[in-house]
Structure formats: structure tokens, C-alpha cells
Design a protein around this ligand. Sequence first.
Ligand code: PGA
Length: 264
Amino acid sequence: MPRRPLVVGNWKMELSYKATLETVTALKKLLKNIKVELDVVICPSFPMLAEVQVALGQSEKVALGAQNVHWEEKGAWTGEVSVTQIEPIVSWCIVGHSERRELTGETDQQVQAKANLLVQHGVTPIICIGETLAEYEADQTVSKITQQIEGLLASVTRMALTKLVIAYEPIWAISTNNPPAVPDPTNISQLILLIRKLVAERFDADAAERLRILYGGSVKPGNIQSFMAEPGIDGALIGSASTHPLDFVEIMKIVQQAHHERGN
Ligand code: PGA
């Protein structure tokens, strides 16, 4: 079965309460007359999720995701949010974003625990992995990805693996880190191939073929085509451009078109 393309908008903490609702409304309007043949997810901040769900209404074109979740189901964790609090609202959840790993010290083990908990609750985890600038410059990209993926694969069942998505984001390529250039799409494609190879070794070729893997880092309408032209890239995790409805919809259209052209 061909993998369905996916675009995920990570709105981070970029939009106020009002701006979040305006952005959702604008997005809905732009999508009104468009045939959407891919999965589209937007991830606003926690306090906005319920209201965005209402704003989206019965829309089957856009699904809702959270930006994070705690690894425990409940407990004395002031300021944290549990999967049981978001599961009635979201069907997706980003975990292990590099900003959380770097700014709050989130570990691979915590990311794995979050992913497994989400799967148990029927929420699809979008698991972020990727190397820092220092690791990239020290030629450690392959070892970093291998270590992150092998750790993840050791912690999930084959069944859980079929219910999650990987987002490969070279941390240095994220727009707020002011990358000198976007990464070479051919290199990204090869690293994604490596991820599938590791999955095939741990489980089997079918599991590797079914896994959706996204690219993330400075994706814009002007560069997404070059990534989608490469094999194995199933869509994108988009930060900055996703808060601009016109850009986000343009990216969606290009991903959808590229998927058709691949003959899927
Ligand atoms: P960016 O963010 O598209 O602004 O680079 C991507 C991300 O942080 O997930």
C-alpha cells in the first residue's frame, strides 16, 4: 500500500490566542474548494486545542495535533499535560522536538515513553530526531540518527511502529537557527533510506516500507518540491511557514502533486 503523504504544521508559541483562531479560519477558507488527498495536521499550543477543534468543526481536511505530552499518565507534575487530557481532542502529537530536547533536557528515553503512551491511547506520535550543528560538522550525522532510531526501535513493538511517524529534522536546518542553506535533499533522502534500512533490520522490509518519514527544517513553498522529488520523503514537518496559511496551503498542494507524480 502506498504511504499517504502528510504535512504537519508546528505552530510552536508563535501565535496569540486571537491569531491562532484567525489562522485556523483563514486556513479553512483556503481549503474550502481544494481536494485534499493527504493528511494535514496543525499543532497549536495546549490552551488553544479545544477552541481550534470547535473552529475546525466537521472538517475532514485538517486534523489536530499537540506539540508535546508528558510521559506519565497522571501525577504531581505541575504545569505538565497528560495524554488523558488531550486524547479526546487530538489525533496526533509531536514528541521529542529539538527545542524541547535542547531547552528542557528531554531525553531519548522520555521521548520513547511518550511515543508508547500515545500509541496506547490511540494518538499518533510524530517523533522528531536529528543531529545538532556540532554533530553535523563533526560528521556524526549517521551515528546520531542510527543511535536515535535503534533506541526507538528497541523500545517499540512492531505493532506500535505501524502507528507512528518519524520526522527527521537536522536541528541546524530549523529556520530559527538561521541555517546558511537548506540541506541537500539528496542527502536527506539517503538518511531516510538509512532509517528504513534500520527498521527493516530490526523488524522486516514491510514495516520499513509502511513507515511514514517526514523531513523538517526551513521548509517553504519554494523548496518543498526539491525534497519531494527525492524518494522516500513522505511530507514535511513545518514550523514558520505553517503559521502563514497561504504558504502552508501552497506546500500542501506541492506535496500532493509530487505524490501523484511519483505514481502512488
Ligand atoms: P521551521 O521549523 O520550518 O521553521 O524550520 C521546523 C520545526 O521546528 O519543526
